[in-house]
Design a protein around this ligand. Structure first.
Ligand code: 5GP
Length: 179
Protein backbone atom coordinates (compact mmCIF):
# COMPACT_ATOMS: atom_id res chain seq x y z
CA UNK A 1 0.00 0.00 0.00
CA UNK A 2 0.89 3.62 -0.49
CA UNK A 3 1.83 6.08 2.24
CA UNK A 4 -1.23 6.91 4.36
CA UNK A 5 -1.04 10.58 3.33
CA UNK A 6 -2.08 9.51 -0.17
CA UNK A 7 -5.22 7.64 0.87
CA UNK A 8 -8.63 9.10 0.18
CA UNK A 9 -11.26 7.92 2.63
CA UNK A 10 -14.75 7.68 1.18
CA UNK A 11 -17.44 8.28 3.79
CA UNK A 12 -19.78 5.37 4.53
CA UNK A 13 -21.37 6.31 7.86
CA UNK A 14 -21.35 10.00 8.79
CA UNK A 15 -20.91 11.22 12.34
CA UNK A 16 -24.50 12.35 12.83
CA UNK A 17 -25.92 9.00 11.67
CA UNK A 18 -23.53 7.16 14.01
CA UNK A 19 -24.49 9.26 17.04
CA UNK A 20 -28.22 8.84 16.34
CA UNK A 21 -27.86 5.07 16.06
CA UNK A 22 -25.79 4.82 19.23
CA UNK A 23 -28.44 6.72 21.15
CA UNK A 24 -31.09 4.21 19.91
CA UNK A 25 -28.99 1.13 20.76
CA UNK A 26 -28.04 2.54 24.17
CA UNK A 27 -31.71 3.19 24.97
CA UNK A 28 -32.54 -0.41 24.11
CA UNK A 29 -29.65 -1.75 26.22
CA UNK A 30 -30.71 0.48 29.14
CA UNK A 31 -34.20 -1.04 29.03
CA UNK A 32 -32.93 -4.62 28.67
CA UNK A 33 -30.47 -4.30 31.56
CA UNK A 34 -32.68 -2.46 34.01
CA UNK A 35 -32.19 -4.11 37.44
CA UNK A 36 -29.40 -6.37 36.11
CA UNK A 37 -25.77 -6.59 37.14
CA UNK A 38 -24.22 -5.30 33.93
CA UNK A 39 -20.52 -5.59 33.19
CA UNK A 40 -19.32 -4.21 29.88
CA UNK A 41 -16.20 -5.75 28.39
CA UNK A 42 -14.92 -3.52 25.61
CA UNK A 43 -12.60 -5.09 23.07
CA UNK A 44 -9.51 -2.98 22.42
CA UNK A 45 -8.20 -1.36 20.45
CA UNK A 46 -10.93 -0.78 17.90
CA UNK A 47 -13.95 -0.30 20.19
CA UNK A 48 -12.54 2.49 22.36
CA UNK A 49 -14.50 5.31 20.72
CA UNK A 50 -17.68 3.31 20.19
CA UNK A 51 -17.66 2.09 23.80
CA UNK A 52 -17.02 5.59 25.16
CA UNK A 53 -20.00 6.98 23.24
CA UNK A 54 -22.21 3.99 24.03
CA UNK A 55 -21.69 4.03 27.80
CA UNK A 56 -22.25 7.79 28.00
CA UNK A 57 -25.69 7.20 26.48
CA UNK A 58 -26.57 4.39 28.90
CA UNK A 59 -29.02 4.96 31.67
CA UNK A 60 -28.14 1.91 33.80
CA UNK A 61 -25.46 1.16 36.36
CA UNK A 62 -22.57 -0.77 34.84
CA UNK A 63 -18.97 -1.73 35.44
CA UNK A 64 -16.64 -1.32 32.47
CA UNK A 65 -13.53 -3.34 31.80
CA UNK A 66 -11.32 -3.97 28.77
CA UNK A 67 -9.74 -6.86 26.95
CA UNK A 68 -7.12 -6.33 24.31
CA UNK A 69 -6.92 -8.84 21.52
CA UNK A 70 -5.14 -9.03 18.23
CA UNK A 71 -6.35 -10.82 15.12
CA UNK A 72 -5.30 -8.58 12.26
CA UNK A 73 -2.04 -7.34 10.81
CA UNK A 74 -2.76 -4.46 8.41
CA UNK A 75 -5.83 -5.61 6.53
CA UNK A 76 -5.19 -9.35 6.83
CA UNK A 77 -6.95 -11.50 9.41
CA UNK A 78 -4.55 -13.92 11.10
CA UNK A 79 -7.40 -16.38 11.51
CA UNK A 80 -6.53 -16.85 15.18
CA UNK A 81 -7.01 -14.58 18.17
CA UNK A 82 -4.46 -13.69 20.84
CA UNK A 83 -5.27 -12.05 24.20
CA UNK A 84 -2.73 -9.27 24.68
CA UNK A 85 -4.20 -7.91 27.91
CA UNK A 86 -7.03 -9.49 29.90
CA UNK A 87 -9.90 -7.94 31.90
CA UNK A 88 -9.75 -7.86 35.72
CA UNK A 89 -13.44 -7.69 36.60
CA UNK A 90 -15.07 -10.64 38.45
CA UNK A 91 -17.72 -11.99 36.04
CA UNK A 92 -19.33 -14.89 37.94
CA UNK A 93 -23.09 -14.31 38.22
CA UNK A 94 -22.90 -11.01 36.25
CA UNK A 95 -24.65 -9.98 33.03
CA UNK A 96 -21.83 -9.45 30.57
CA UNK A 97 -22.10 -7.33 27.44
CA UNK A 98 -19.15 -7.64 25.05
CA UNK A 99 -18.65 -4.42 23.07
CA UNK A 100 -16.80 -4.94 19.80
CA UNK A 101 -16.00 -2.57 16.93
CA UNK A 102 -16.67 -4.82 13.96
CA UNK A 103 -17.58 -8.42 13.22
CA UNK A 104 -16.00 -9.79 10.08
CA UNK A 105 -15.52 -13.58 10.05
CA UNK A 106 -16.83 -13.71 13.62
CA UNK A 107 -13.77 -15.62 14.85
CA UNK A 108 -12.85 -12.94 17.41
CA UNK A 109 -16.33 -12.62 18.87
CA UNK A 110 -16.76 -16.37 19.03
CA UNK A 111 -13.42 -16.71 20.80
CA UNK A 112 -14.37 -14.01 23.31
CA UNK A 113 -17.77 -15.56 24.08
CA UNK A 114 -16.05 -18.89 24.77
CA UNK A 115 -13.36 -17.29 26.97
CA UNK A 116 -15.87 -15.25 28.95
CA UNK A 117 -18.30 -18.13 29.44
CA UNK A 118 -15.51 -19.95 31.32
CA UNK A 119 -15.89 -17.24 34.03
CA UNK A 120 -19.49 -18.39 34.67
CA UNK A 121 -21.40 -15.14 34.09
CA UNK A 122 -25.19 -15.17 34.44
CA UNK A 123 -25.58 -14.06 30.81
CA UNK A 124 -23.45 -13.00 27.84
CA UNK A 125 -24.62 -10.73 25.05
CA UNK A 126 -22.75 -8.88 22.34
CA UNK A 127 -23.00 -5.34 21.01
CA UNK A 128 -21.13 -4.53 17.82
CA UNK A 129 -20.74 -1.27 16.02
CA UNK A 130 -20.46 -2.73 12.49
CA UNK A 131 -21.52 -6.14 11.26
CA UNK A 132 -20.15 -7.57 7.99
CA UNK A 133 -22.90 -10.19 7.98
CA UNK A 134 -21.92 -11.61 4.58
CA UNK A 135 -18.38 -12.37 5.83
CA UNK A 136 -19.32 -14.48 8.87
CA UNK A 137 -17.64 -17.89 8.76
CA UNK A 138 -20.00 -19.57 11.22
CA UNK A 139 -23.10 -18.57 13.12
CA UNK A 140 -22.11 -15.57 15.24
CA UNK A 141 -24.04 -14.28 18.24
CA UNK A 142 -24.72 -10.60 17.54
CA UNK A 143 -27.38 -9.26 19.93
CA UNK A 144 -27.11 -5.52 19.22
CA UNK A 145 -25.56 -3.96 16.15
CA UNK A 146 -25.49 -0.39 14.90
CA UNK A 147 -24.95 -0.99 11.19
CA UNK A 148 -24.72 -3.88 8.78
CA UNK A 149 -22.28 -3.44 5.90
CA UNK A 150 -20.65 -5.27 3.00
CA UNK A 151 -17.20 -6.82 2.90
CA UNK A 152 -15.20 -3.57 2.61
CA UNK A 153 -12.21 -2.76 4.78
CA UNK A 154 -13.20 0.34 6.72
CA UNK A 155 -11.45 2.86 8.95
CA UNK A 156 -12.42 5.63 11.34
CA UNK A 157 -14.42 5.90 14.56
CA UNK A 158 -11.82 3.75 16.35
CA UNK A 159 -11.02 1.47 13.43
CA UNK A 160 -7.52 1.65 12.01
CA UNK A 161 -5.35 0.65 9.14
CA UNK A 162 -1.89 -0.05 10.55
CA UNK A 163 -2.62 2.23 13.51
CA UNK A 164 -3.87 5.23 11.51
CA UNK A 165 -7.32 6.76 10.93
CA UNK A 166 -8.79 5.81 14.33
CA UNK A 167 -9.54 9.45 15.18
CA UNK A 168 -11.92 10.08 12.26
CA UNK A 169 -15.42 10.88 13.63
CA UNK A 170 -17.00 8.95 10.74
CA UNK A 171 -16.51 5.53 9.13
CA UNK A 172 -15.10 5.34 5.63
CA UNK A 173 -13.65 3.06 3.06
CA UNK A 174 -10.21 3.68 1.62
CA UNK A 175 -10.93 4.67 -1.95
CA UNK A 176 -9.71 2.41 -4.71
CA UNK A 177 -8.73 -0.22 -2.21
CA UNK A 178 -10.32 -3.69 -2.22
CA UNK A 179 -9.70 -6.80 -0.14
P1 5GP B 1 -13.13 -11.24 12.84
O1 5GP B 1 -12.50 -12.11 13.88
O2 5GP B 1 -14.62 -11.10 13.01
O3 5GP B 1 -12.77 -11.73 11.44
O4 5GP B 1 -12.45 -9.84 12.91
C1 5GP B 1 -12.71 -8.97 13.95
C2 5GP B 1 -11.61 -7.96 14.10
O5 5GP B 1 -10.94 -7.72 12.87
C3 5GP B 1 -12.18 -6.62 14.50
O6 5GP B 1 -12.23 -6.50 15.89
C4 5GP B 1 -11.22 -5.65 13.87
O7 5GP B 1 -10.14 -5.42 14.72
C5 5GP B 1 -10.70 -6.35 12.65
N1 5GP B 1 -11.42 -5.94 11.42
C6 5GP B 1 -12.28 -6.68 10.69
N2 5GP B 1 -12.75 -5.99 9.65
C7 5GP B 1 -12.17 -4.77 9.72
C8 5GP B 1 -12.27 -3.58 8.92
O8 5GP B 1 -12.98 -3.47 7.92
N3 5GP B 1 -11.52 -2.52 9.34
C9 5GP B 1 -10.71 -2.56 10.41
N4 5GP B 1 -10.02 -1.46 10.71
N5 5GP B 1 -10.59 -3.66 11.19
C10 5GP B 1 -11.32 -4.75 10.85
Amino acid sequence: MDKKENYIVEMLFPERQIQKKIFEIASKISMDYKDKDLVIIAVLNGSFIFCADLVRNLDVRCAIDFIRVSSYIGIESLGSVKIISDFKEELAGKDVLIVEDIVDTGITLDFLINEISLKRPKSIKTCVFLDKKCAHKNEVQVDYSCFEMGDDFVVGYGLDCNGFFRQLPYVGRIKGFHK
